[in-house]
Ligand binder design. Structure first.
Ligand code: GDP
Length: 475
């Protein structure tokens, strides 16, 4: 869903420079090769008084969105994730809730670990995602799967707000999901719930009894104190949010976890979000497809159908799917067609990535004659050093190889720098600065060479050596 500045200019009958100028006015640094997304195209076009229409991709054409009309929607159970600082009792709480249900529940209550389970409270079900931790939550969000309806933020009442509590709060706020605070370990002697509440007000989390809008529930995962209360509150919040889905359609869902099982091959737990999933259905999931061979619920019982908010373990996959990936049921022909489309796309993507340049193999690629220019992005801690570095590097310009500094600025290496590097096949040089977390992750994904230096001379030496083919690979 993107277009290069060059192509956009051509389509619009403008010069690339005109487009780049408009982009800069919008605060986006762009080169002529830069890919820009549809939303940006729309804005730029509107500045020129032009209306644009999105081309529908082949995949979208095949998978026409089914509109779930109001009449088709039926209530579904809330999907809950537990988050909080390490050792504050996330696992214990999940275990306690599950046991409580097993004890009260139906016969043969041995639960299986499939990554999620359901409990029944006063005749209503709640689905718990059984992999506590922010990584899972964020991985799913990163893939666009806003699966969680509600978060239980666990804070140990004896320990209070800790770094991962804050991290969890940030994730919750970024995802804009409702949450309740479970003040855990209330059975202990040295607890101070008031202090925890006070600490949380610093993050704009204010308990209802202090005039805020956050529910705080004292619990003990150890003794079971407050657990029922917690579950009832969860249901209350779910009711307020009126969670509904259409069960009468082909299923859609998200993978919670996947693994290769010795006996059963690729297995994955899918949480159904819409529709009803049946054995024998065909599923697409990333570049995988599946003919659902068996479905098992969290109690290890075979089921033939899975409804919205229900987790099931599925066998029959072409390969192991990854957590967070979307799953969609469709007919057999479409499943295979789309899988092929996606595989081709992935191949192209890989080829693009593999052709990315790194300083280490620059000389080799240069000899293979497909690279005659070295594009650099320079980031540094102060203007003086950025300028010094840029001009020294430009002085390395040899006849055979041209050094281009396509962007230089003061500051940490950011995601935007990596995007720019990726779009222009550039190497990033950081002087006395580091990439931020997002930039680092993105650089890894995109195979962008980010080199960090504390001595200007060393940076220059490395680039020089690379140009001469003398650079030792970094280990
Ligand atoms: P997690 O890292 O957040 O999943 O925390 P765990 O569930 O592994 O619990 C960490 C430690 O705290 C374990 O030793 C638990 O037994 C203990 N623990 C958890 N909940 C309670 C509780 O309510 N009361 C007491 N006294 N200990 C608890």
């Amino acid at each position: 869903e993107s277009i290069q500045v060059r192509d956009l200019a051509e389509k619009m009958g403008k010069t690339p420079a005109e487009i780049v100028k408009k982009l800069m006015e919008l605060g986006t640094m762009a080169t002529i090769n830069q890919e820009i997304d549809f939303d940006t195209v729309e804005i730029v076009a509107s500045l020129f008084g032009v209306d644009v229409e999105r081309e529908i991709s082949e995949e979208e054409k095949i998978l026409e969105e089914i509109i779930d009309t109001e009449e088709t929607l039926q209530p579904r159970s809330p999907i809950v994730t537990v988050m909080g600082h390490v050792d504050h009792g996330k696992t214990s709480l999940l275990d306690r809730i599950r046991q409580a249900d097993v004890a009260s529940g139906e016969a043969g209550g041995i639960t299986q670990h499939i990554g999620a389970y359901q409990v029944t409270v006063n005749g209503n079900r709640i689905t718990f995602i059984d992999t506590p931790g922010h990584a899972a939550f964020t991985a799913m969000r990163a893939r666009g799967a806003n699966l969680t309806d509600l978060v239980i933020l666990v804070v140990a009442a004896d320990d209070g707000v800790m770094p991962q509590t804050v991290e969890a709060i940030n994730h919750i706020k970024a995802a804009d999901v409702p949450f309740v605070v479970a003040l855990n370990k209330m059975d202990k002697n040295d607890v101070n719930p008031d202090k925890v509440m006070q600490q949380l007000t610093e993050y704009n989390i204010v308990p209802e009894e202090w005039g805020g809008d956050t529910m705080f529930i004292p619990v003990s995962a150890k003794t079971g104190l407050g657990i029922e209360d917690l579950l009832e509150r969860v249901l209350l919040i779910a009711e307020i949010h009126d969670l509904r889905a259409n069960p009468h359609r082909l299923a859609e869902g998200v993978v919670i976890e996947g693994e290769l099982d010795k006996g059963r091959g690729a297995v994955a737990t899918v949480l159904v979000q819409k529709g009803t999933l049946r054995t024998g259905d065909y599923l697409i999931c990333g570049t995988n497809w599946c003919k659902v061979r068996t479905m098992t619920d969290y109690r290890g019982r075979r089921v033939e159908e899975a409804y919205p908010s229900m987790p099931v373990e599925i066998t029959g996959w072409s390969d192991v799917p990854e957590a967070g990936e979307k799953v969609q049921a469709c007919d057999e022909k479409i499943a295979k067609e789309i899988t092929n489309l996606r595989l081709n796309e992935k191949k192209l993507e890989e080829q693009k990535k593999n052709s990315r340049i790194s300083l280490d193999d620059f000389f080799k690629q240069m000899q293979d004659a497909d690279v005659k220019e070295l594009n650099l992005i320079i980031k540094g801690d102060v203007q003086g050093s950025v300028e010094a570095l840029a001009s020294s590097l430009l002085r390395l310009n040899a006849l055979e190889v041209k050094v281009n500094v396509i962007h230089s600025a003061v500051g940490a290496v950011t995601e935007t720098d990596v995007m720019l590097a990726s779009a222009s096949n550039a190497i990033i040089i950081g002087f006395n600065v580091r990439p931020d977390v997002k930039a680092r992750r993105y650089a890894e994904e995109e195979n962008i060479d980010v080199r960090l230096y504390r001595v200007i001379y060393e940076a220059i030496e490395d680039v020089k050596k690379a140009m001469e083919g003398l650079l030792d690979p970094e280990y």
